[in-house]
Design a protein around this ligand. Structure first.
Ligand code: NAG
Ligand code: NAG
Ligand code: NAG
Ligand code: NAG
Ligand code: NAG
Length: 313
């Protein structure tokens, strides 16, 4: 009889602490780390550690979660940061973030996501940062970013994105920084950024872009902005008035300066000359090595230029 009670007790305990429950493998105040676990899409996502049930940052890594449970934010509405790293995630389904209204930051790294679909983040109206990197994304549907009117940072580095619909970024009216490095883009529509008037950091290094429209950034004020289009196939480019500019490792024959530039990196191109307005007093660092410059008129006029330290041919 006593044994029976003990066995019953163990059974009840096992039922209570069932496989659905998620343990924080490590926890520091409001951060819950969940390492090396297999997370099923059908079991409700419940964090059981006593004082971690209020974790606002949840970091899930080095395990298996090919399909994401819809209950993560339903059961844990206090989560404001979610990071999913190396979980073999295969896709993001339309309802995965349906209860993500309190999310400020979504970071998804090292997975196998192939597409992003319409309305995936439409409930995430408070999201500030969205990073989906080192996946296999080749298609982003036109209404994927609907509802992200507060998003400031978008990172889609290391994917296989080969085109961006001209209206794709229209909902992102607060976007400040965009990174799409190491993808397969070969062109950008001239109206791609018309609604993103707050943009000041553009990082598109490592694509196959062959030309950029003069109007691409006509709605931005880049006074303290950065643009990086290094490692592309551009034959001509301009500074767009940004402060830090990188067009190194392209196929530039001509480069047009406007004004306000501080750092210009145009090494490893085929430049014969740089074309600039009469006086460009702001340039402090100029990286020019590995070009074919024969005309130095423009450089001669760079009065605040720190010759000895940064001028390289
Ligand atoms: C749980 O909460 C207590 C009291 O706030 C704290 O001292 C303890 O470090 C917490 N434990 C963990 C694992 O975070
Ligand atoms: C996404 O929305 C656009 C515009 O409404 C529509 O044309 C497209 O078919 C939608 N995509 C899917 C997969 O339904
Ligand atoms: C892009 O790829 C290059 C070459 O493989 C690598 O050196 C660089 O770190 C990558 N950039 C990012 C943002 O991962
Ligand atoms: C481009 O040049 C800038 C300024 O020199 C540098 O900070 C940045 O890392 C470079 N980008 C790449 C992809 O090398
Ligand atoms: C110049 O180009 C050569 C050959 O591609 C390369 O080895 C070298 O690192 C480049 N120098 C600089 C400063 O980029």
């Amino acid at each position: 009889m006593r044994y029976l009670i003990v066995i019953l007790y163990i059974c009840v305990l096992l039922l209570y602490l069932n496989e659905a429950d998620i343990q924080c493998t490590k926890a520091y105040s409001i951060i819950c780390y969940i390492q090396g676990q297999s997370i099923s899409p059908t079991n409700p996502f419940i964090i059981v550690n006593s004082n971690q049930t209020k974790a606002s940052s949840v970091i899930i890594f080095d395990g298996q979660m090919p399909i994401m449970p819809n209950t993560i934010f339903l059961n844990n509405p206090q989560i404001s940061t979610i990071s999913i790293n190396s979980m073999n995630l295969q896709q993001i389904a339309p309802d995965n973030f349906a209860n993500g209204g309190n999310l400020k930051s979504i970071i998804i790294m090292k997975g196998m996501i192939k597409t992003l679909g319409n309305g995936t983040f439409k409930s995430c109206t408070n999201l500030l940062q969205l990073q989906i990197t080192e996946q296999q994304i080749s298609f982003i549907d036109i209404n994927t970013f609907l509802g992200l009117q507060n998003l400031q940072i978008l990172v889609l580095n290391n994917n296989q994105i080969s085109s961006l619909h001209p209206l794709l970024f229209n909902p992102l009216i607060s976007l400040s920084v965009i990174l799409l490095q190491n993808n397969s883009l070969n062109s950008l529509d001239s109206t791609l950024f018309v609604k993103n008037t707050m943009l000041s950091g553009i990082y598109f290094a490592g694509n196959s872009i062959t030309d950029l429209s003069n109007d691409l950034f006509k709605n931005q004020n880049f006074k303290s902005g950065s643009i990086d289009f290094s490692y592309n196939y551009l034959t001509t480019a301009q500074s767009y008035g940004a402060s830090t500019i990188n067009f190194s490792f392209n196929k530039l024959k001509t480069f047009y300066l406007s004004s306000g530039e501080s750092t210009i990196n145009i090494r490893n191109n085929f430049l014969r000359k740089i074309i600039c307005p009469n006086s460009i007093p702001t340039v402090k660092r100029l990286y020019l090595s590995n070009n074919s410059l024969s005309n130095f008129l423009c450089i001669r006029d760079m009065h605040s230029f720190q010759h000895k330290t940064h001028y390289t041919i």
